[in-house]
Write a protein that binds this ligand. Structure first.
Ligand SMILES: *[C@@H]1O[C@H](CO)[C@@H](O)[C@H](O)[C@H]1NC(C)=O
Ligand SMILES: *[C@@H]1O[C@H](CO)[C@@H](O)[C@H](O)[C@H]1NC(C)=O
Ligand SMILES: *[C@@H]1O[C@H](CO)[C@@H](O)[C@H](O)[C@H]1NC(C)=O
Length: 306
């Protein structure tokens, strides 16, 4: 009897879960009806995603990835990337602190004593400092450049139709109307390269970094969507599949990395300090030598009358 109830409950739960998948995040767990999905962001933090009608914020996605890596669950992004592509975000992933609305906190420490400031894409935009580093505000990334390389295709691509096809593909896959944000689409047939500039007007709430993150994962064949085919751009009855992506971030305020400019200056300062110390030691050595000579003579003179 008990077993039958268990089977019935299991079937019911499975049925409910099947009725209510989280299409925008394959790692989410859903229950219902009414449909409610959650994503585990840390050992103690299941984040509600509601019915998964929207993309999940990049901060939550990164946090969930770090949690899965920590607990030995597969993300495939940590071990053995299928497509090796350079990041302009050279730091890669860390375990971020998120605001209640899913945005990144301006200051990030990756659970260490070393902290830095990030932009709204969660990408480091200052030098690393200690826990007392000040990050006054979250600087908005208002412009994202997606540099895509598509796989070889049989016929040449009509560059004039590419912009519309690309925006259509983005709208359908990334659940928003991006047509007014895509400012420029450039195409280089010999390099099979498509460069897309996506720009956000001031105070528009659209979350471009999150869209770019989903696209990055799609191109690297680590899709975050549940059961969605590949990201393809259909131009004139030909399907373009992407094989590489590079994301550039442009912030409303320029980043304040100082390392490259300062390193020469720091080296000069170190050289000066080392020289000063060496000269100081030499001076000390010689004066002490002279003093001890004088002392010996004085002692001898005192001894003489004896
Ligand atoms: C954050 O910490 C994890 C290990 O806890 C490490 O693998 C990762 O590289 C760190 N990321 C950054 C950006 O410091
Ligand atoms: C797409 O590009 C073509 C040719 O460059 C241009 O005429 C057209 O206005 C563009 N369409 C959009 C929606 O940007
Ligand atoms: C997606 O692309 C990969 C690599 O090009 C291919 O092997 C796979 O069959 C594609 N999957 C779908 C669902 O189109």
């Amino acid at each position: 009897m008990k077993m039958w109830i268990a089977v019935f409950v299991a079937a019911f739960v499975a049925g409910a879960a099947a009725q209510c998948p989280c299409n925008t995040m394959k790692w989410a767990v859903c229950d219902g009806p009414p449909c409610q999905c959650t994503l585990q962001l840390s050992e103690s933090l299941p984040q509600s995603l509601g019915e998964c009608k929207n993309l999940v914020s990049k901060c939550y996605l990164m946090k969930a990835e770090m949690y899965r890596a920590r607990t030995g669950q597969s993300t495939r992004s940590i071990e053995g990337k299928p497509v090796e592509t350079a990041f302009v975000d050279n730091d890669g992933i860390y375990d971020p602190e998120c605001e209640n609305d899913g945005k990144f906190k301006a200051k990030q420490c990756n659970n260490t004593a070393e902290c830095w400031c990030v932009n709204s894409a969660g990408v480091r935009r200052t030098d690393k400092g200690d826990k007392n580093i000040k990050c006054e505000e979250l600087v908005e990334t208002y412009w994202i450049r997606l540099q895509l390389k598509h796989k070889p295709v049989a016929n040449s691509v009509n560059a004039n139709n590419l912009n519309v096809s690309l925006v259509n593909a983005m709208n359908q896959r990334y659940l928003n109307d991006y047509s007014s944000f895509v400012k420029k689409v450039q195409y280089d047939p010999s390099a099979r390269m498509i460069v897309v500039d996506v720009e956000k007007p001031p105070r528009n709430p659209i979350d471009l970094p999150t869209m770019a993150y989903y696209m990055e994962k799609d191109v690297k064949v680590l899709p975050l969507f549940l059961n969605k085919g590949n990201f393809t751009v259909n131009v004139d009855s030909q399907s373009l599949q992407m094989e590489e992506i590079l994301v550039y971030y442009v912030d409303e305020k320029p980043p304040t990395f100082t390392m490259k400019h300062l390193s020469g200056g720091i080296i000069a300062v170190i050289v000066v300090v080392v020289l000063a110390v060496v000269i100081g030691l030499l001076v000390l050595f010689f004066t002490r030598k002279r003093l001890s000579k004088k002392y010996n003579k004085a002692q001898q003179r005192e001894m003489d009358p004896m």
